[in-house]
Design a protein around this ligand. Structure first.
Ligand code: ZN
Length: 280
């Protein structure tokens, strides 16, 4: 699942509206590397059928193999792998030289937030008055540590702030579907399994939201509505009476309230399991 910023980055690439300064922020170096590569491909891609970063043209292939002459990754030095002031000065003058084979030049700055103030200030000059057809990609774990003046002249893409959350939502959807189908089982063991492994309140809240969505879908289908519904909702609307579906919704409501209080999660899942069991 992609974060909101990731989706935005991809859509800007598609629309050919990437600004000349991009800050990629992620706690995962591999995520940064992936997007720095994709952006570099976008900048030097020779496929002009509208699909940039094609991964097939010679420009893209050279980026992928790490040896495109117009894509430069700044050298870092020391234990902290910092880009030095001298390296920034080199980039600043090199950036004004025309590209060799692509129509644009790309500079990737690793660990950008670790650069000394002097280096950041030197870089600021070229960022403020960029040459044409240039793309600066600043990679960092935390963009807040960059000078505000740099941040304000580049576009920050937070590649993982919501990613973890999105994954949690997916996990909650799966769990909610398990619970929904377990409600109609004659034996209680499935319901016990599906509810029993929920072990924190934040996750329980997400599961309840998703479950409430499924039950609502089932109710709509039962009332003859033709909204797009998931398979679980279709299944339970055939097996659970309308009155009971409404009761389940009320249980979910109560569950949300209890989760908002300081309820013990073990007691909560036991209560949830027992209550849902009575409502099928
Ligand atoms: Zn290409």
């Amino acid at each position: 699942m992609r974060s909101k910023d990731e989706r935005e980055l991809l859509s800007l690439m598609k629309a050919n509206r990437i600004p000349h300064g991009v800050i990629l922020q992620s706690s995962q170096p591999v995520t940064i590397q992936k997007y720095a590569q994709l952006l570099s491909q976008w900048a030097v891609c020779q496929n002009d059928a509208g699909h940039k970063s094609c991964g097939e043209c010679s420009g893209c292939l050279k980026v992928l193999s790490g040896n495109h002459i117009d894509v430069y990754t700044a050298q870092t030095a020391g234990k902290l792998e910092v880009v030095s002031v001298d390296e920034i000065r080199h980039i600043c003058s090199d950036a004004y030289i025309m590209p060799n084979e692509a129509t644009a030049k790309v500079y990737i700055l690793p660990n950008a937030e670790k650069m000394q103030i002097a280096a950041q200030n030197a870089f600021l000059k070229v960022l403020e008055e960029p040459p044409q057809n240039i793309l600066f990609i600043l990679c960092c774990a935390n963009a807040e540590q960059l000078l505000g003046t740099i941040r304000s002249r580049a576009m920050v893409f937070n590649l993982d702030s919501t990613q973890v959350f999105d994954e949690k939502i997916l996990e909650a959807q799966v769990r909610a579907k398990q619970i929904a189908t377990a409600i109609i089982e004659t034996k209680g063991i499935k319901l016990l399994e599906a509810t029993g492994s929920i072990n924190d309140r934040g996750f329980a809240r997400l599961v309840m939201t998703e479950l409430s969505d499924i039950i609502r879908q089932a109710l709509i289908t039962r009332s003859g509505g033709s909204a797009k519904v998931c398979n679980e909702a279709k299944l339970i609307q055939r097996r659970i009476h309308r009155k009971n579906l409404i009761e389940i919704l009320e249980t979910i409501n109560t569950a949300q309230t209890r989760l908002g209080q300081n309820i013990n999660i073990g007691l909560f899942t036991a209560w949830l399991c027992a209550t849902l069991r009575r409502q099928k």
